[in-house]
Design a protein around this ligand. Structure first.
Ligand SMILES: Cc1cc2nc3c(=O)[nH]c(=O)nc-3n(C[C@H](O)[C@H](O)[C@H](O)COP(=O)(O)OP(=O)(O)OC[C@H]3O[C@@H](n4cnc5c(N)ncnc54)[C@H](O)[C@@H]3O)c2cc1C
Length: 451
């Protein structure tokens, strides 16, 4: 039986992962979530226009996301995900499909071999890409690295890349992974991403996909694990501030002026919400926390179309030279029995689309689908809906690493989790889980030291 209690503010993946790890370390978590449901920025809901249960946005992960996969295993949800064992996805350009598919070779050779069969770049472009990857493998990223002061696009162009390689290869990976255009992301993050994805183990770039709604996958499975292992989860509780008595954190105050007590408090909320929880009067803490105020976010728009018949055969496909970006075949991925097909168009860095009306988007994207998939010309659109997440992920622009704070703060007893904290990963479920694991481990260490 755990005798120590920690209060976690926020029931997104970071808060839930903190709770799971605390339980494993023998500490009781109490998770307080302001909304009626868990999952934070990864949730599913019944859309009122279509009447269908859909996710707030298509979520994918890769084989390198080992902390996320362990979290999914721990909460007993492994059957709700699938993962490719190697890099393997189709890319459509002007009606021609070519796959980025790793061959069955050892180590880095497997990932690099994917380039050989990739027909959307020519032979010279392939040599350019290999040259770029060589420089990436040689790049030494340090705390005050110059790579964090330039964009990845500029860095690549300084290393023999051109429009062909950037548009047909580098940005194909960067845009969906970092939810931003290659001209806006820092070279530091771009280099780090390719070091892990293509220059690491062959399993690293294998694409993973949820097979169930996100609320069930990341929310309800975690609830079952936490509650059946002595933790508590309370939804519909808005935390106003942390409570401090005689210089020590004793818990949090909710908007109904209730006190929830704990030996430590973890803020597992987005950066902008975290700054409201911290008392401004505390000396020494101001400089530390205010850095997080510079964090900026980027939108994702998801377009759902239900056709009366199948229009695509692949489970997912990336496009070049089309606004469609990535298209997911949800009927296939979720094994739905349906004579029609539900497809999801996932638009990253979606500033261009975020203010467009549903009718406008319907016209543009159903037309684009007809141009891209011949079967869509014959198919009737049964339902159509749009989900806009305006603050989907935090941006990794040059210099933004300075805004990512450590999970251990200068306030004794106050810890941070959240994808935006300093995990070394971009805004992903993996980063959220890593942040929760780190926060829980710091807490266990500090509580033991105090005793
Ligand atoms: C459309 C979309 C697509 C995405 N695609 C991918 C993808 O393909 N792959 C991937 O890995 N990641 C993806 N992400 C990012 C991923 O969802 C996030 O990185 C992750 O969910 C962040 O989790 P978190 O717990 O750090 O934060 P959040 O999910 O934001 O959780 C914070 C929680 O805190 C709660 N909260 C805030 N203030 C308070 C308060 N005062 N009191 C109580 N509760 C409070 C919030 O309600 C929320 O539930 C996507 C995100 C979106 C929106």
């Amino acid at each position: 039986m755990a005798t120590r209690t920690v209060v976690i503010v926020g029931g997104g993946i970071a808060g839930l992962a903190t709770a799971v790890r605390l339980i494993q370390l023998g500490i009781k978590p109490i998770v307080l979530e302001k909304r009626p449901f868990l999952g934070g920025r990864a949730f599913s809901f019944v859309d009122k226009d279509s009447g269908e249960e859909i996710d707030n946005g298509q979520h994918v992960f890769v084989g390198a996301c080992d902390h996320f996969q362990r979290y999914i295993r721990d909460i007993g949800a492994s059957h709700q995900i699938r993962i490719e064992s190697r890099l393997n996805f189709p890319v459509l350009k002007h009606g021609t499909t070519s796959r980025l598919r790793a061959k069955n070779l050892p180590g880095k050779l497997a990932n690099l071999s994917a380039l050989l069969g990739y027909r959307h770049v020519g032979v010279l472009a392939k040599l350019r890409i290999l040259w770029g990857l060589l420089w990436i493998s040689l790049a030494r990223l340090k705390f005050d690295s110059p790579h964090d002061r330039v964009s990845f696009d500029d860095w690549l162009r300084d290393h023999w890349q051109n429009d062909e390689t950037i548009n047909n290869f580098w940005n194909l990976i960067i845009l969906p992974s970092l939810n931003d255009h290659i001209t806006a992301v820092s070279a530091y993050t771009g280099i780090e991403l390719f070091k892990v994805a293509l220059l690491g183990s062959p399993v690293n770039p294998g694409l993973g996909i949820p097979l169930a709604g996100l609320s069930s996958l990341v929310g309800e499975s975690a609830r079952r694990y936490i509650e059946s292992n002595g933790g508590e989860i309370r939804t519909g509780i808005h935390v106003e501030s942390v409570n401090i008595e005689s210089g020590r954190i004793t818990g949090v105050k909710t908007s109904t002026v209730e006190m929830v007590e704990g030996e430590a408090v973890v803020s597992a909320v987005p950066a902008a919400d975290m700054t409201h929880l911290v008392p401004v009067s505390l000396e020494g803490s101001d400089d530390f926390f205010t850095a997080a105020e510079d964090i900026r976010t980027a939108p994702i728009v998801a377009i759902h179309i239900w056709y009366d018949r199948p229009v695509m055969t692949e489970p997912f496909v990336a496009t070049l030279d089309s606004p469609l970006q990535w298209i997911f075949n949800d009927t296939d991925l979720k094994s739905k029995r349906d004579s029609g097909q539900h497809v999801i168009i996932s638009l990253s860095g979606a500033w261009e689309w975020q203010d467009r009306s549903k009718e406008e988007l319907r016209q543009i994207f159903t037309e684009e689908m007809r141009k891209t998939f011949p079967q869509a010309k014959e198919a009737a659109v049964k339902k159509f809906t749009v989900v806009k997440m305006l603050e989907a992920t935090f941006r990794v622009t040059p210099g933004s690493r300075n805004s990512r704070l450590s999970q251990r703060t200068p306030l004794p007893g106050f810890y941070l989790a959240g994808d935006w904290t300093d995990t070394g990963w971009p805004s992903t479920m993996e980063s959220a889980v890593r942040s929760g694991n780190l926060a829980a481990e710091f807490i266990a260490e500090d509580i033991d030291t105090r005793r």
